[in-house]
Design a protein around this ligand. Sequence first.
Ligand code: NAD
Length: 505
Amino acid sequence: MSTLEENLERFGKYAARFKEHTTGHYIDGEFVPGSDTAVFESTSPVDGSFLGNFYAGTAQDIDVAAESSRKAFEEWRNVPGARRRKILHAIADGIEARADEIALCECMDTGQAYRFMSKAALRGAENFRYYADLAPGAGDGLSLPATEHMNYTLRLPLGPVGVITPWNTPFMLSTWKIAPALAAGCTVVHKPAEWSPMTAMLLAEICHQAGLPAGVLNTVNGFGESAGKALTEHPAIKAVAFVGESYTGSLIQAQSAPTLKRLHFELGGKNPVIVFDDADLDRALDAVVFMIYSLNGERCTSSSRALVQRSIYDEFTRRITARVNRLKVGHPLDPATEVGPLVHPRHLEKVMSYFKFAQEDGATIAAGGKAADVGLPGQFVQPTLFTQADNKMRIAQEEIFGPVLTAIPFEDEADAIAIANDSPYGLTGYIWTNDLGRGIRMARDVEAGMIWVNSENNRHLPAPFGGMKASGIGRDGGDWSFEFYMETKNVCLSYGSHAIPKLGK
Ligand code: NAD
């Protein structure tokens, strides 16, 4: 793996264009400035230095983009699946060819460490390849014969859709939404997060070069309350796939109600990892540490509550503490870095406010609990562990979205389930036990859309992804994505032999 200096040098070359020219939008197959001269700045989480200016999209920009995607839909919906497949594979090729550029820009825009982001671009390419191969069959339906009639179903693309993404792993998440939409035959208007706008424009360029027709993907930069809101309200947009905070999801639900949009939400989490005393504790320890301190803990599926059986609580949390104290915090482009700087000063402030809440509520700060001094002025925070916590505390109820773990003791299976489910969220749950029956019971009873037993988060693209409760609405992955981006139509044909009721005879 290349060194920090080498990574910085390559990043400097890739990013010069962002510094030199204000980045606009990608609308109707062209890279254009905004309709308004207002811009916003992206700054480095490492030291606050300037990364680039971006036009702040307006309702007018969204309107032009939505109209372009409405027009393009009329052709794209009829492009044969085999042709869509080819274009989507060409996009995946383009992502692979620019994976280094995407990875380095993603690290510097978000603060995520290179050791994780070096693979994120490739995962984005995988998303495109997976849905490319499903494109030719996306419209397939069922044959449902009855006595006097034959029913069959068709699936048709829904129309132009809005995709709104967050800042934590922006490139991968946008491909996860955009690839199935395009494979289904929908057109897309994408509004990336204003705290990490760089790689969305790289994706737009790759799609353009891969031969995606004009208007099939439009990318409009800007703020949530203006560009994002306008997208959710636009009458040409038939659905919104949104990834972000639960509160924002509720705003979008209200904003899009007058135009009756279909909604898919991937929202926040406060996910439990439940460790029983009969588990393989070495593997459980690796997974617990990985699932909260990787990706800076800025990960919707992170296990931010460790529920540990009381009989092993002291010893197990001592072992977590030792690992947390050894985590390497540093520059995101240093290949040795395990935890990078947080994305934005406002987010650092939010994460650090929980150190005070932990003390006020009576928990113990067993590791971390302060800003991290790594010799750089950015948003560095010590990886933190709270012990002696109970589930009523703010550190156990609220999503902190940083490298911060709250460890809570439990007595037995029933107690573990009660604590796990005492949460507004229900995205994921992780269960560590060597009792097979207990693993199966817990997987059924923990309220979450996704459960891993004796594993950290391991993604399989055909499997459904999504949350319960305040963590989301709907699923994607595999065919679930097509269920969202497509309409199912039933066609009923008579064999010509059934009796039709005769009125007015
Ligand atoms: P956010 O909700 O603040 O912003 C997400 C996006 O929504 C941004 O592009 C923003 O500009 C836009 N937005 C904001 N207000 C809007 C409005 N009124 N109308 C339309 N768009 C609006 O979220 P964030 O802080 O960027 O991301 C972190 C959150 O995302 C965390 O809660 C995290 O759990 C969640 N997340 C969830 C998943 C998942 O799969 N469940 C994955 C990643 C992140």
